[in-house]
Design a protein around this ligand. Structure first.
Ligand code: ATP
Length: 659
């Protein structure tokens, strides 16, 4: 993939866009009436959500011509244009296929619509903010490029449209489905606010479904990063039905993160009732109703008292009376039934099993959905404290920095001293390890082991012996996956925690750097490099867990092997525990097996090299073929050596064939 994340935005910054200046899509307006007029131009496709009078003015997106069938980027990459996906006020969206056949969505903005400096700045801001984000419930930003007529923002494809289309088809959703969706939305907003990003245009039409029916927040056209030390924004913007009352207050009051909390309330109401709470044909009436919190639950719609209580609090006039993003999930409503996943049948009708989720199952599902949305469960609020007391039976001490959103709403968002909030140093733009390569390596490892096992003696002469280097090994580990995750130390002395959400934090030895490795299951790991001296606030909790594990492992566990230098970034992909062994799959393609009798094997170089680590830390690395022919290692004998190798081969086979 292109190195767009580390490159400046050359395609957009090179002055070409200055050539055509036009109207701005920015809703920077003096009065609500103006706001309505402008939003109507850009938010037309939300007509179902706010039945505004159609404005005669042409949408800016209509300036966007269908892109050529092949779009060639400056870096020489070709994308094949596919189907038209949809249209907003500003952009049209098309499928784009790369040379490997992968399909993306290209949000296409006509250069003719970028007619002034303000519009250009806004588009650049959208791109800059969106490309800095990486979360399972945010549309993944892939790349950005231009041709003579359009600017293309290449995004992860969301083939099942948005919550708006879902609601149009279904009319109303069940509470369990809504609970699932709201949990994912809360996860994404928690992530955004942790990075001081306010979305400011959250609505059903901007929340898309990925191929697995997970929600992805998109359209960062109105998003804003609240500068450190600044607590409010003053631009009036949003979509009428979703605008928070303090935004309508305009330049005098200003607004902050709570506008997104308000929008969550509007969306939750809309999904359960079938239309937004302040809906009216006349935009002015919408605004009046918002300012007076004039909404009611229609008696013919079944909405639980718990849902009503949460919606009422979310739609509080005073932003400080709204629950914080963390508090939302603690409402009783979230104790109700929730599915563990959403299936495509949801798109067409009420899912069959949605009414039969037991309380026990609901709690398991809720934790699962939260973990997938990057949210710790409330009982894990101070994970290191619990961890410390659990592991060492010590009196817990306050080890963690205070939460970003404490219980007292008065101080929310103000608690973190902006000067103390670190920024990611570097976001790697390519996958640091891909699942495809690792799966292929797993398959190759099994095939090679099998081939070597069956190699006839008369063919041995023609077999080229591999070069043998000592692989990176897992030298210590602590399994705490019933609470947080699996921690390990590598022979490079780097320390990692594979968290239960499958993301990893890897702290480098002898360096202030640590990596957040974020897993996209279909693709692989994206890395964000941070400094542990001044980490971003949202990483601190995880870093504390890593540090705690590190201290615990250093003082309590002995090492498997001596230190080596790190040659590449290696971390634990996954591990498997059985009665006989624990198996580690590392991202450099090696497989380590720690057997119960304290002998350890590591298979590296796609199955051609084997390393033995004895209980007293003696290490020998040789070509697998030699051990198979000799029957054992020469330096130190391994009990049941060949049987152990067969166990290893079978375990890798099971992974290769996903048995
Ligand atoms: N990642 C995606 N995958 C599939 N379709 C998408 C994707 N992103 C956008 N679309 C389609 O393109 C349409 C326009 O996209 P988007 O809402 O981002 O544009 P916009 O002009 O900024 O919209 P708005 O008028 O809300 O500002 C969406 O309504 C949707 O139909």
């Amino acid at each position: 993939m292109a190195s767009y994340r580390t490159q400046p935005l050359q395609p957009l910054n090179n002055g070409q866009l200055n050539a055509r200046l036009a109207t701005t899509p920015v809703k920077s307006l003096a009065s609500p009436a103006h706001a309505a007029a402008a939003t109507a131009t850009r938010r037309v496709r939300d007509g179902a959500e706010a039945k505004e009078k159609p404005k005669k003015k042409e949408k800016l997106s209509s300036l966007c011509k269908t892109p050529p069938s092949i779009v060639r980027t400056r870096n020489g990459r070709d994308y094949q244009r596919g189907l038209f996906l949809g249209e907003g006020g500003f952009a049209r969206c098309f499928q784009m296929k790369d040379s490997s056949g992968q399909i993306f969505a290209a949000k296409t903005v006509a250069k003719a619509s970028i007619k002034n400096e303000k519009t250009k700045t806004k588009l650049l801001s959208e791109i800059k903010i969106h490309k800095s984000l990486k979360h399972p419930n945010i549309v993944n930003f892939i790349d950005c490029f231009e041709d003579d007529v359009n600017v293309y923002i290449l995004l992860e494809i969301c083939p099942h449209q948005s919550l708006m289309e879902l609601l149009k088809t279904r009319k109303v959703l069940t509470e369990p489905e809504t609970r699932f969706f709201m949990t994912q939305v809360v996860g994404a907003i928690k992530y955004l606010h942790g990075r001081r990003v306010i979305h400011r245009d959250l609505k059903l039409g901007n929340i898309f479904f990925d191929p697995n029916m997970n929600l992805k927040i998109g359209d960062f056209g109105l998003a804003s990063v609240l500068p450190a030390g600044d607590s409010r924004k003053y631009t009036i913007c949003g979509t009428p039905n979703y605008i928070a009352p303090e935004v309508l207050g305009g330049k005098t009051t200003g607004h902050s993160f709570e506008v997104d909390i308000w929008a969550i309330g509007v969306m939750m109401y809309a999904l359960l009732v079938g239309k937004p709470p302040f809906q009216s044909r006349d935009v002015q009436v919408i605004y009046e109703r918002i300012k007076n919190i004039d909404f009611a639950f229609p008696p013919d719609k079944e909405v639980s008292p718990e849902a009503k209580a949460l919606i009422k609090d979310l739609l509080s006039l005073n932003p400080l009376h709204r629950p914080t993003i963390d508090e939302i999930l603690q409402y009783d409503w979230f104790k109700g039934p929730i599915p563990s996943t959403i299936t495509p049948e949801t798109l067409v009708g009420k899912p069959r099993n949605v009414d039969s989720i037991s309380r026990q199952q609901a709690s398991v599902n809720f934790n699962h959905v939260k973990a997938n949305a990057g949210i710790y469960s409330p009982s894990n609020k101070a994970p290191v404290q619990i961890l410390k007391s659990d592991l060492e039976s010590e009196k817990p001490k306050a080890l963690l920095p205070q939460s970003l959103s404490p219980g007292d709403t008065k101080y929310k968002y103000k608690e973190v001293d902006p000067k103390q909030v670190g920024k990611p140093r570097r976001v790697f733009n390519t996958y640091i390890a891909t699942t495809k390569d690792l799966d292929q390596n797993c398959f190759d490892t099994y095939q090679n082991m099998r081939k070597i096992e069956h190699l006839r003696d008369d063919r041995l002469g023609s077999f080229e012996l591999p070069t043998c280097e000592k692989p990176v090994l897992v030298s210590k580990w602590v399994d705490y996956s019933n609470k947080y995750g699996f921690s390990y130390q590598l022979s490079t002395n780097d320390i990692g925690v594979l968290f239960n959400d499958e993301n990893t934090v890897l702290k480098f030895h002898n360096s202030d750097k640590f990596l957040e490795l974020i897993l996209n299951k279909n693709e692989g790991w994206i890395a964000i490099e941070n400094s542990s001296v001044n980490p971003p606030s949202e990483s601190r909790k995880q870093l504390d867990i890593v540090d705690f594990f590190a201290k615990y492992m250093n003082s309590n566990l002995s090492k498997v092997s001596d230190n080596e230098e790190r040659k590449e970034t290696v971390f634990l992909r996954r591990y498997t525990r059985t009665n006989e062994y624990i198996m580690f799959e590392l991202t450099d393609g090696s497989f380590q097996f720690n057997f119960k009798d304290h002998h350890k094997f590591c298979i590296s170089k796609a199955g051609t090299v084997i390393t033995h680590v004895s209980p007293n830390r003696g290490i020998e690395t040789c070509p697998l073929i030699l051990i198979l022919k000799q029957g054992n290692f020469s330096r130190e004998e391994v009990p049941e050596c060949l049987e152990k190798i067969m166990v290893v081969k079978d375990a890798i086979k099971r992974k290769a064939f996903r048995e």
